[in-house]
Design a protein around this ligand. Structure first.
Ligand SMILES: *Cc1c(COP(=O)(O)O)cnc(C)c1O
Ligand SMILES: *[C@@H]1O[C@H](CO)[C@@H](O)[C@H](O)[C@H]1NC(C)=O
Length: 417
């Protein structure tokens, strides 16, 4: 094997960015094919996923006032916290206040804070498989044990709650729920979320709800925030502007205690959160200051258009995958920006697994897909559908060509030679 990445055994020792870099490096440039990357979750690479002028002008405005060149309070600007509490309260049966909201450098830092404040000797956290590798990376850094529960592909990637029961012990502190989901494109029903909340309550663990794709739901189920069940079980809600407003580079996120019974306060969790913010800096003050306008003034039509495009591009993937025998998609995506696709290597003559598939595909066709192993599922691939429709069509045409070049001879097929 010419590439060291092919020897990769566990998903915990490599980052998505690391493996995507290795895939890019293996592209055969002599083929002179335009590179199409469906590996990374940054939609801004494609012009149909551009933010809107309201969002841009909000930032221009705050810069021009020259009032936001100084430090912000460690937990974030008051008006920003207030605006986010109001935005999230719209979908909750109770009201959050600014005291519930902490401003972070993207959802990534919110994950880092959540894991850090939960860390204690012998603690373990339940995370989904497939999942989002940042959780593993943060937990490893903080010596928190990770335990994987399965998402069930044939049940809309729902949480295997029996597995959760079996994994939980007295040292389990939290369960991470990503909804709408990356990498599966799932959107959970109210009923399923309720069952998750009941399970967490039964085991006396809290829920970390990664809702970075909040409202990015275009299928049957509407988006329901986990915080709806906040009076049953305390929830730490994580989010950001990155995905819904299409500005991942602005690094504006939040960590929110969605907990009307004040359990986080009583257990001194709030104190720990505040201490943590004393030692880490959040996003630039002028970006924070733009948030109230961004949340209030973004027109509904902007969101509708994004959802429409995501529905269209995910449909293209589903349709094109049907033409490629070695790929199947057990579940149509219902939200977010990525989907998991099953790879049947027994139909291919010289491909050993998902990593081999992705490296050869990159080399021969300049198409980048993420090997499933990096998100915990061997012989699957993650495909990001937040891409230009024409790029998706072309990518799948190339994957089909690749399949034909590598497929095993079918017995039923007559061979003239
Ligand atoms: C993109 C993503 C994040 C990180 O969000 P940022 O705001 O860009 O830091 C967190 N969780 C999931 C599931 C994501 O897909
Ligand atoms: C792979 O395809 C073969 C031939 O169609 C089929 O018999 C087999 O069950 C498939 N394997 C998986 C894991 O889907």
């Amino acid at each position: 094997m010419e590439n060291g990445m092919m020897n990769m055994k566990t998903p915990t020792n490599v980052t998505i960015k690391g493996i995507l870099g290795a895939l890019m490096a293996s592209i055969d440039e002599e083929k002179k094919k335009r590179v199409i990357s469906l590996g990374m979750g940054d939609p801004t690479a494609y012009s149909c996923f551009t933010t809107n002028t309201v969002v841009q002008n909000s930032v221009v405005h705050t810069l021009e006032t020259q009032k936001f060149n100084g430090y912000s309070p460690t937990v974030g600007l008051l008006q920003t916290r207030k605006a986010i509490s109001e935005y999230l309260s719209i979908n909750l049966p109770y009201k959050l206040t600014e005291d519930d909201v902490y401003i972070t450098a993207g959802c990534t830092q919110a994950i880092e804070v959540a894991i850090s404040i939960l860390a204690r000797p012998n603690a373990n956290i339940l995370v989904p498989k497939p999942g989002f590798p940042i959780y593993e990376l943060c937990a490893a850094f903080r010596n928190v044990e990770i335990r994987h529960y399965d998402l069930v592909p044939d049940k809309g990637w729902e949480v295997d709650l029996e597995a959760v029961d079996a994994l939980t012990d007295e040292n389990t502190v939290a369960i991470v729920i990503i909804n709408p989901g990356n990498p599966c494109g799932n959107v959970y029903s109210y009923q399923h979320l309720k069952k998750i909340a009941e399970t967490a309550k039964k085991h006396k663990i809290l829920i970390v709800a990664d809702e970075v794709y909040g409202h990015l739901a275009f299928g049957e189920n509407p988006f329901v925030p986990m915080g709806v069940f906040g009076s049953m079980v305390p929830v730490l809600t994580l989010g950001s502007l990155s995905k819904r407003w299409l500005v991942p580079g602005w690094r504006l996120g939040w960590l929110v205690t969605t907990d009307p019974n004040g359990i986080f306060k009583n257990t001194k969790t709030v104190e720990r959160i505040k201490k943590y913010f004393d030692i880490c800096g959040g996003p630039a003050t002028f970006i924070q200051a733009a948030v109230p306008r961004i949340l209030e003034d973004t027109k509904e039509v902007f969101f509708t258009k994004t959802l429409c495009t995501l529905k269209q591009t995910s449909d293209i993937c589903v349709k094109k995958i049907k033409e490629i025998p070695c790929l199947t998609c057990p579940q149509h995506p219902q939200g977010a920006m990525a989907m998991m696709v099953k790879l049947n290597v027994s139909l291919l003559k010289d491909i050993s697994d998902d990593i081999d598939f992705c490296f050869k595909l990159a080399k021969e066709e300049s198409v980048i897909l993420l090997p499933g192993l990096t998100v915990g599922l061997k012989n699957w691939v993650r495909i990001t559908f937040a891409a230009e429709p024409s790029s998706l069509e072309e990518a799948f045409d190339r994957i089909k060509t690749f399949y034909k070049r590598h497929c095993r001879q079918q017995k039923s097929q007559s061979n003239p030679i």
